[in-house]
Design a protein around this ligand. Structure first.
Ligand SMILES: Cc1ncc(COP(=O)(O)O)c(C=O)c1O
Length: 414
């Protein structure tokens, strides 16, 4: 038999485990305090209420809930999402504009499948969510990036880039953004910038993919409405998920967008998994119907706000003055910038040797920049782990600074 290597497709041959993901495997040892994952805290899972909903589904709906479902998803759940998007996000939509997916990650795959030919361009922010860019790359897209600052994607640079791309007749297939409490930086695009972005999307006749897993996890100030709320031209594909507000184990998420696009995604989904987890969709629907979900979001917000504050407080005490970070108003992450001459990938073994881990920021830059940055997750660790882990990380950064004999120096804006 030929070696398997010769049998792999061209796209499979291009799939490589990233060096940074390999590094993260080192962090699975129990003695390591890891701020690397993006996991919800298991204490935030409403175990008792989910059990009640599971029992309810088994008693009342077992014959349907254990069966294959339609590819678009459980209709009652789709209708509840239509209702919820109006109530919560001021988005007017219809059941035909909603498809349930196996996590938003599948939605990213499906939209890539139906929109991207090899060599097509996707425009996004740098840094951005690595799960999205890996999917775009797996579809052989060319990724162009606009830097971000404390207000998210630099709208002035976006405008200039679109103008240049339009002149060269090389506009992107779509713009991909995580406007609220972005993964990895925690940064949120303010309302006036959202309007400007939407105007640009209309002006250049683009599709916008608005990925919004963290929008409801707002700890300070007023929550900003999604860009989808102003989508009068039906050109925003909004991705929502129950992963961070209920439990990721259900793998239940939704996309809300132009019916034609949603229909194509549904055709593509038939070849991927036929339908999303029917049982999970029933349980999620019953949690909404019994009004258990939204009160629970308040519980999660209280828990994560406390953890964010504990991490920020520990960083103030233990990190050297050369380290800079933002105060995210929501989400799961704090973004740290160190002097340019510190490479967080080179520093990583030192962190692991001191039993603490982070994600190397470079992973989130499609162009490989950001070598002086790191992402810290605050949702998953206990408060004691946060205190101890930040203390260790502060020592590691200090050691690295002194080892290199670095002078304090200019630091990037976000
Ligand atoms: C920005 C972003 N999009 C999508 C996802 C995927 O979420 P899920 O597939 O669990 O819905 C994540 C997960 O962390 C994320 O951070």
């Amino acid at each position: 038999m030929k070696t398997l290597e010769t049998l792999f497709s061209r796209s499979a041959k291009m799939m490589k485990a990233s060096e940074i993901r390999e590094l993260l495997k080192l962090t699975r040892q129990p003695e390591i305090i890891s701020f690397a994952g993006g996991l919800p805290n298991p204490d935030a899972f409403p175990v008792g209420n989910i059990k009640k909903m599971v029992d309810h589904v088994m008693e009342r709906h077992a014959r349907d809930a254990l069966q294959y479902g339609t590819t678009e998803g459980h209709n009652k759940l789709r209708a509840a999402i239509v209702h919820g998007m109006k109530q919560i996000d001021d988005v007017t939509t219809d059941i035909h504009n909603i498809i349930i997916t196996t996590g938003s990650q599948e939605a990213l795959y499906l939209l890539s499948k139906v929109l991207l030919d090899p060599g097509d361009t996707v425009l996004t922010a740098a840094p951005t969510y690595i799960g999205a860019t890996s999917t775009f790359l797996a579809h052989q897209a060319n990724i162009e990036c606009i830097p971000i600052d404390e207000n998210g994607i630099r709208v002035d640079l976006l405008e200039g880039e679109l103008e240049r791309m339009s002149r060269r007749k090389k506009l992107p297939k779509f713009l991909y953004l995580v406007p609220s409490f972005q993964n990895p930086t925690g940064v949120t695009i303010p309302p006036d910038h959202r309007s400007k972005i939407y105007d640009l999307v209309c002006q250049y006749d683009l599709l916008l993919v608005e990925d919004n897993p963290y929008g409801l996890l707002c700890y300070d100030g007023d929550r900003v409405l999604p860009i989808k709320a102003q989508d009068t031209e039906d050109r925003v594909l909004f991705l929502g998920t129950f992963s961070k507000i209920l439990a990721p184990g259900f793998r239940v998420a939704w996309s809300c967008g132009p019916a034609e696009l949603v229909n194509k995604m549904s055709l593509a989904k038939q070849a991927v998994d036929l339908c999303s987890n029917t049982f999970g969709q029933y349980v999620v629907y019953e949690a909404i119907h019994h009004n258990l979900l939204f009160p629970h979001v308040d519980v999660i917000k209280r828990l994560y706000k406390e953890k964010r504050d504990a991490m920020l407080d520990a960083m103030e005490r233990y990190f050297p003055k050369e380290a800079k970070w933002n105060i995210p108003q929501g989400g799961l992450f704090i973004w740290v910038r160190l002097p340019y001459s510190i490479n967080t990938k080179d520093m990583f073994p030192r962190a692991v040797a001191n039993n603490v881990a982070y994600v190397v920021g470079q992973a989130f830059y499609p162009d490989g920049s950001g070598s002086n940055t790191m992402r810290l997750n605050f949702s998953h660790s206990t408060n004691e782990q946060i205190e101890e882990g930040i203390k260790r990380l502060g020592m590691v950064i200090n050691d690295q600074l002194h080892k290199e004999g670095l002078e304090p120096e200019f630091i990037t804006s976000v």
